[in-house]
Ligand binder design. Sequence first.
Ligand SMILES: [Zn+2]
Length: 50
Amino acid sequence: MAVKHTPTNEVHSGTKGGKTGCGFDTKDHPEHWVNSHERITCDKNGCKNE
Ligand SMILES: [Zn+2]
């Protein structure tokens, strides 16, 4: 499962309402995050490795 950060178009591992693989909390700015099936583009630890 992936979650997209719409201001940057970066796709992270995780789901909306939880934390991304790299540690962002999607509840901080819920309007910035949407569930996605796109390929993960984040290259930080925890996202890239999944
Ligand atoms: Zn990430």
